[in-house]
Design a protein around this ligand. Structure first.
Ligand code: NAP
Ligand code: MG
Length: 402
């Protein structure tokens, strides 16, 4: 059989620990035998980031701007314990943060649904994709403890030195205040990323804020989304047969619980932080969650939502058996390959991505799975496989589909 051709390379960002082990297994067993894989390789493993003073992370993000599509392995964000472990020159920043800052995007997270792993919300039969705005609000908040009686104000000083003031509160005893901000430009990119992603995946887009209470702050989010939708996207949405729907956050939460899923839920930063954990847990497992950074300029970076699975890696290093779930990492590859196929007009590559995903789902629905799923699966004929066995089982299913 001829291998499936690619024309443009994917930006390949290798990573750390157990996911780095999975990365190689996935390439060797599930990709290279079938695809004439073209990638531009960047080693974001912590050793090499340290060696290059993190330059490799910046280079990989720039390459993503050049080629448009990247696939990323989970990476260590160093903390104090990693300094001696990897003999680090510096506590390097989170690669995801660096890449996100360069590509300026929104992260979309969606669960992978399989029979036997039942969502806790029984009417959620289709995935719910959360799009979280990743700039500002309480995450860039400035806070003060007010020790005793006194007046607190918001003050804006323009470039000419003129002040505008707004009373926050006249305290008659101790209390607390908080100042937070956002930037129209960032909200606009957030909105465009969401509208583009909805068109890309042909799903409705929901957005919600607390604009009835926050008549300037949250209302600005609502207005920016509405303006961009009316001026740039309404026709495209009509053509695609999808809709943009705005509602109050409380109403959105109630509707989400009653819904069957199958849409994108755009959330302000804090709402997205909280709701994505709820949605991920309700759908079953972080190891079954895909994640893609979509930039307003049309760049995509696909990854797994989980980390480097450190505990399993230490077992692996001791020669003990592991049962680590590769599904989210495989879906990062299929997402990237499908997008590459779409951009380069390679239907065979897109079909391969579909088949590999189907092979993953069929294998699990057939009862073969890793330990994390084995614990929660309701299938009767389920069997727990180790890391290598599970990937080989997917390969066997895939060969049957090719
Ligand atoms: P983690 O790697 O997500 O793992 C936490 C636990 O979740 C694991 O110990 C395991 O539970 C379970 N788990 C996660 N993924 C799994 C999989 N694919 N298969 C089976 N079980 C899985 O989070 P962490 O241990 O807190 O973080 C480890 C490192 O990852 C840190 O250095 C952190 O900086 C990094 N991190 C990177 C990213 C990223 O690059 N996107 C994201 C988050 C964290 P059991 O041990 O109970 O089996
Ligand atoms: Mg959170």
């Amino acid at each position: 059989m001829d291998k499936i051709k690619m024309t443009t390379p994917l930006v390949e960002m290798d990573g750390d620990e157990m996911t780095r082990i999975l990365w190689k297994l996935i390439k060797d067993e599930l990709l290279l035998p079938f695809v004439d894989l073209k990638t531009e390789y960047y080693d974001l493993g912590l050793d090499y980031r340290n060696k290059t003073n993190d330059q490799v992370t910046f280079d990989s993000a720039e390459a993503t701007k050049k080629y448009g599509v990247a696939v990323k392995c989970a990476t260590i964000t160093p903390n104090a314990a990693r300094m001696p472990e990897y003999n680090l020159k510096e506590m390097w920043k989170s690669p995801n943060g660096t890449i996100r800052a360069i590509l300026d995007g929104t992260v979309f997270r969606a669960p992978i649904i399989v029979k036997g792993i039942e969502p806790y919300v029984k009417n959620w039969t289709k995935p719910i994709t959360i799009a979280r705005h990743a700039y500002g609000d309480v995450y860039k908040g400035v806070e003060m403890k007010i020790p005793a009686a006194g007046k607190t104000e918001l003050v804006y000083t323009n470039e000419a030195g003129e002040e505008t003031r707004e009373l926050i509160h006249e305290f008659d005893g101790p209390g607390i205040i908080q100042g937070m901000h956002n930037i129209n430009k960032s909200i606009e990119s957030f909105a465009r990323s969401c509208f583009n992603f909805a068109l890309d995946t042909k799903q409705d887009l929901w957005f919600a804020t607390k604009d009835t209470i926050s008549k300037k702050y949250d209302h600005t989010f609502k207005d920016i989304f509405a303006d961009i939708f009316e001026n740039e996207y309404k026709e495209k949405f009509d053509e695609a047969g999808i809709e943009y729907f705005y509602t109050l956050i409380d109403d959105a939460v109630a509707r989400v619980m009653r819904s069957e899923g199958g849409y994108i839920w755009a959330c302000k930063n804090y709402d997205g932080d909280v709701m994505s954990d709820m949605v991920a847990t309700a759908f079953g497992s972080l190891s079954m969650m895909t994640s893609v950074l979509a930039s307003p300029n049309g760049y995509y970076e696909y990854e797994a939502a989980h980390g480097t699975v450190q505990r399993h890696y230490y077992k692996y290093l001791k020669g003990e058996e592991t049962s680590t779930n590769p599904i989210a990492t495989i879906f990062a590859w299929t997402g990237a390959l499908r997008k590459r196929g779409e951009l380069d007009n390679l239907p065979e590559l897109m079909a391969f991505a579909d088949k590999l995903e189907k092979a993953c789902i069929d294998t699990i629905e057939n009862g073969e799975m890793t330990g994390d799923l084995y614990l929660i699966s309701t299938l009767e004929n389920k069997k727990k496989l180790n890391t290598e066995e599970f990937i080989l089982a997917i390969r066997k299913t895939l060969e049957g589909l090719m």
